[in-house]
Write a protein that binds this ligand. Structure first.
Ligand code: HEC
Length: 185
């Protein structure tokens, strides 16, 4: 009876083939090497830049910026609502939230609504004149929170934190109202 023997060379070949199969990207994706001080074995599979046009990149930039806004908002919330011990960071975070609210104008500068049926911005964001008021009122709410934080004598004070939480709720109202009217999930 003959037995198939796996010579060391054959084993290495198999291993290489398996590794190759694991790293081959799907259609529309590329795998890029990410070398650095911890070695050359790191890589990332991402959308092939040739398949993402300028409109989609603009839309994705806006979505990432909204995600960043969300992270800033939620960080403030952890401090004010849940007592995370970072009250000293409130001035920076409130300023960041206000700056992001200012920035919102640029994220909608180009008409890049969601594709048919997909999640994203509704065409109304560019067609409805009221959209400008939603943006302006949101900026005002974010500035109000920032002013409240800046004028605080003691960022850890309970009364101040209660008033700041009310201002934070005021910001949240604008996130929710705008999404309700101009965003498809
Ligand atoms: C004036 C309107 C408006 C305001 C105010 C607003 N958003 Fe948005 N937001 C949108 C629209 C429109 C989209 C959909 C954008 C897209 O997908 O292109 C969106 C999308 C998002 C997304 C999803 C992003 C993704 O990855 O798809 C998050 C998260 C988000 N917003 C968080 C917030 C938070 C938090 C606030 C308030 C602090 C806020 N937004 C305020 C209009 C607004």
């Amino acid at each position: 009876m003959t037995r198939t023997t796996f010579t060391p060379a054959l084993r290495v070949t198999f291993l290489v083939l398996i590794l190759l199969a694991a790293t081959v990207a799907h259609a529309g994706e590329v795998t890029l090497p990410m070398p650095g001080p911890w070695g050359d074995d790191y890589s990332e599979t991402l959308d092939d830049p040739d398949t993402v046009d300028a409109t989609e990149a603009f839309q994705r930039f806006r979505q990432q910026s909204m995600q960043g806004t969300s992270a800033t908002y939620r960080s403030i919330e952890q401090i004010l609502r849940y007592g995370a011990p970072f009250a000293g960071r409130l001035p920076d975070l409130a300023e960041e939230l206000a700056r992001r609210a200012d920035d919102i104008e640029t994220w909608f500068a180009h008409e890049t609504p969601a594709r048919h049926g997909e999640p994203g911005a509704l065409p109304a964001a560019w067609e409805d004149p009221d959209f400008a008021e939603y943006k302006a009122a949101y900026r005002e709410a974010a500035q109000q929170l920032q002013r409240k934080v800046e004028s605080a004598e003691d960022l850890g004070n309970e009364d101040f934190q209660l008033r700041a939480t009310e201002a934070l709720n005021g910001v949240r109202h604008h996130c929710l109202a705008c999404h309700d009217n101009y965003r498809r999930r």
